[in-house]
Design a protein around this ligand. Structure first.
Ligand SMILES: [Fe+2]
Length: 341
């Protein structure tokens, strides 16, 4: 039985980024969704993102903006000058660094924060992810400028372990525009579990809005956990019914930058053999309803570049008290080491 005292928090969540049809019973209510609650949030967030993007558009390279507008993602090979990229690889891959790990089925994700705490160890990596051009791209793709969270991400697939990786299902991360970027430190081939993306699926068409509405009526009781939690999964047949193209595998060379709006349908291609990929990663997700850019509290002095440090310190404290946590502190580990957990 939900705790009615939490009602004000749920109501606030409806006005913000809350997406879970389980954790927030207002969002999960089939009756409210029949009245159009989810559909209204999706439509309003998309309208607000259009407005905020129009204000940001001038600050982008026209080719970058055209790619994001058309496809919902962009791919920039040879992103850094060759020598800078080699120096970056040496810096990131050279030694053990403070790391956290998460297991999802057969895939382990390792996170090495790129924050104020790790800047003395990884100055070039931190400077790279905080470059103004990347900030602008992340803001535009997210439909709202702000302070992204940055880390070195290692994705290790161990197909022998057998369990499915939930991120290999095509999905949207949430109900509104939100962005992620990756600067790949290695080549990722067709068979290495590359990123998969459905071009143009970031657009809120009438068909997509209707699909969102239909999902919202049953999402609370869907057997797929991430679907229940508001990150909708979509099947190949549904994609075709929405008039969307087949997913595209994004095989990349080392030193390629990919920026994407992950309201679009995307996933990780399943990998038949053990693979590891390492990338500088950023993500940006903000309240989708507020009609302005910037003014991100995470830019305030004292918080700037520290949000992830603070979050991980809280997780570590919870873990020490015996609570389950998503990210496990694994101490000092090389970015390219086998999984610890
Ligand atoms: Fe995702």
């Amino acid at each position: 039985m939900p705790n009615p005292l939490a009602f004000p928090l749920w109501a606030l969540g409806v006005l913000g980024q809350d997406k879970s049809f389980v954790a927030n019973p207002i969002l999960g209510s089939p009756a409210l969704n029949r009245l159009g609650l989810h559909r209204g949030r999706v439509a309003l967030a998309a309208r607000a993102a259009r407005l905020r993007r129009a204000w940001m558009a001038d600050r982008l390279d026209p080719a970058d903006r055209a790619a994001l507008d058309r496809d919902g993602f962009l791919i920039r090979p040879d992103y850094l000058p060759g020598e800078t990229f080699e120096a970056l690889r040496r810096e990131v891959l050279g030694r053990p660094l403070p790391a956290w790990e998460m297991r999802q089925g057969q895939t382990v994700t390792r996170m090495i924060p790129l924050t104020e705490a790790t800047r003395p160890l990884l100055p070039l990596a931190v400077a790279t992810v905080r470059a103004p051009r990347l900030d602008r791209l992340a803001g535009y793709a997210a439909g709202r400028a702000g302070a992204p969270i940055h880390f070195v991400q290692t994705v290790i697939a161990e197909p022998d372990r057998g369990e499915a990786d939930p991120q290999t299902e095509l999905h949207a991360d949430t109900f509104h525009a939100t962005s992620k970027f990756w600067l790949f430190l290695h080549d990722v081939g067709e068979q290495d579990g590359p990123f998969v993306f459905v071009p143009g699926s970031h657009r809120l068409t009438p068909e997509r809005l209707e699909w969102e509405y239909r999902q919202s009526l049953t999402a609370r009781d869907d057997p797929r956990p991430h679907h229940r939690f508001g990150s909708f999964r979509i099947t190949a047949a549904e994609l075709a019914a929405l008039g969307l193209p087949a997913p595209r595998r994004i095989a990349v060379r080392a030193n390629t930058l990919v920026v994407a709006d992950t309201f679009a349908f995307h996933g990780r291609a399943p990998s038949a053999r053990p693979t590891m990929r390492i990338e500088l990663h950023g993500h940006l997700r903000r309240n989708p309803f507020l009609p302005w850019n910037g003014l991100d509290p995470l830019r305030l002095p004292g918080l700037s570049g520290r949000a992830l440090d603070i979050h991980l310190a809280m997780l570590d404290r919870r873990a020490r008290r015996g609570h389950p946590v998503v990210w496990t502190n694994v101490g000092l580990v090389r970015a390219d080491a086998p999984p610890v957990i």
